[in-house]
Write a protein that binds this ligand. Structure first.
Ligand code: GSH
Length: 262
């Protein structure tokens, strides 16, 4: 299998490359945008030790999206950029009046769903689960770019100590258990859909739905233990079905699609 996925043209522009860790929620958001817009791209794994693949960007944060000679980082900035370059199947509503609402929904993905995912890597339900999930994630990263064996072995502990993850998880209220947090996320999802087809009760997916979709798929595809039980919510299951109709194939990069038993 090649590292490119999603058939469809880059609409006249040159090759599109998505640089990142295949396990990063922010990277997966961008993979979601590209899939939603039916753009073909190459996924380039970034070495988490030296970031050499994105040395050209003179910074050390993924995702980085490169289109021809231009690049951008920050998943939310990338969404705006992609809408400018490829206005078909917009992520942000064309009418400015609806933008604030979509930004609020997207903030929920960024500030509630994503921190919950990082919390699982720090606040282990058990030592066995912490190591098992950590090694699964390390092996996926290693599939995208070769990382030393000792880094893979220590991955669960290294991730727990990563300063950017600590920054995201620290503000969370730890008196709320992880399980309760996850149940609250499921309840908020239902509230935000408000009985409509997509978040915000909208008839078409927006940036918020497209950002959330790959994140909801990740845990199931990798068999992560203790992840938010998305499939327990019939609202989520129904929404996932509807989301899949907007993609030609899974929004997850190919490197994540390899069967777990392989
Ligand atoms: N706001 C950024 C956050 C990106 C981010 O925090 N990326 C992490 C990977 S999940 C990273 O590159 N961390 C490395 C570091 O900050 O040193 C976005 O939306 O893209």
């Amino acid at each position: 299998m090649t590292s490119a996925n999603q058939t469809g043209a880059g609409e006249g522009l040159g090759p599109i490359k998505l640089y990142g860790f295949p396990t990063s929620p922010y990277v997966l958001k961008v993979a979601g945008y590209l899939g939603f817009k039916h753009l073909s791209y190459e996924f380039v794994g970034v070495n988490p030790v030296n970031f050499e693949q994105i040395a050209f960007s003179n910074q050390r944060q993924v995702p980085v999206l490169q289109i021809e000679d231009e690049w951008k980082n920050d998943s939310d900035n990338i969404a705006v950029w992609l809408d400018e370059l490829f206005p078909q199947r917009p992520l942000l509503p064309v009418a400015d009046s609806c933008n604030a609402e979509v930004q609020t929904l997207n903030d929920w993905v960024n500030h509630t769903v994503v921190p919950g995912m990082f919390r699982l890597t720090v606040d282990w339900p058990s030592i066995a689960i912490g190591f098992s999930n950590g090694w699964t994630l390390a092996s996926v990263v290693n599939r995208s770019v070769s990382i030393p064996k000792w880094v893979q072995l220590l991955w669960p502990v290294l991730v727990r100590k990563a300063s950017f993850i600590k920054r995201i998880v620290e503000p969370l209220d730890k008196t709320e258990t992880l399980e309760h947090y996850q149940q609250r996320v499921l309840g908020e999802f239902t509230d935000l859909r408000g009985g409509g087809q997509f978040l915000g009760g909208r008839d078409e997916p927006s940036l918020a739905d497209v950002s959330l979709y790959p994140l909801v798929l990740l845990g199931g595809v990798l068999g992560l233990k203790g992840d938010t039980p998305w499939n327990d919510s019939s609202d989520v299951v129904e929404w996932k079905e509807r989301m899949s109709e907007h993609f030609r194939e899974s929004p997850l990069p190919d490197v994540l699609q390899v069967s777990r038993s392989a």
